[in-house]
Design a protein around this ligand. Structure first.
Ligand SMILES: [Zn+2]
Length: 186
């Protein structure tokens, strides 16, 4: 049974059931943001969302967890329900630029995200990785971010009932709460 979704009997994992979240099945939007508003640098006025998110509240920024070097944040344009990213606080573009502590915590956050998504959402599998450079599809190429995308058989996922009844911002807010609570309990 899903944490935070136990009050209504119909809110159960509906594997094989048509899924409202499929309307968000948009593989071309694997990037955080496409097109306009590309950041010009790490400063507060330079337009980098990954630099500005940590200054927001968890709720406003859709932050799931904060580490010493890295934070975990829900993707605004999810490839699938529960699509999150592990992001270093530091504005670096290339994986080879990460310090050892950043590399270590990015890996630890990725592992923990998998554990949390399995526990909270019953994810069957994952797509994990980084797009390095805009030519490789990175939306915000200047600030690297590791995607963790949960997958289910047929990609029926854990938001079917909520997805029918709530608009996307509320869906994201509820998903963030579930994952943040799951993160603290793992
Ligand atoms: Zn940045």
């Amino acid at each position: 049974m899903l944490a935070g979704m136990t009050s209504e009997p119909e809110q159960q994992i509906g594997v094989g059931t048509p899924d409202a979240f499929q309307r968000l099945w948009t593989p071309h939007r694997m990037a955080y943001i496409q097109g306009e508003d590309k950041p010009t640098g790490p400063g507060p006025d330079d337009g980098c969302p990954f630099c500005s998110i940590p200054a927001k509240s968890d709720e406003d920024g859709l932050v799931i967890a904060r580490g010493a070097q890295v934070y975990a944040v829900l993707n605004l344009y999810p490839y699938n329900g529960g699509h999150l990213m592990a992001v270093p606080y530091r504005h670096v573009a290339d994986y080879t630029e990460l310090t050892s502590p950043e590399t270590t915590e990015l890996a630890e956050f990725t592992k923990r995200a998998m554990t949390v998504l399995r526990k909270v959402s019953g994810a069957h599998g994952f797509n994990i990785g980084m797009n390095q450079g805009k030519e490789a599809g990175a939306g915000i190429a200047a600030h690297l971010h590791q995607h963790v995308v949960p997958r289910w058989g047929g990609d029926t996922n854990f938001m079917p009932v909520v997805g029918h009844t709530k608009v996307l911002p509320q869906l994201l807010a509820d998903t963030r709460t579930m994952l943040a609570e799951g993160w603290r309990k793992v």
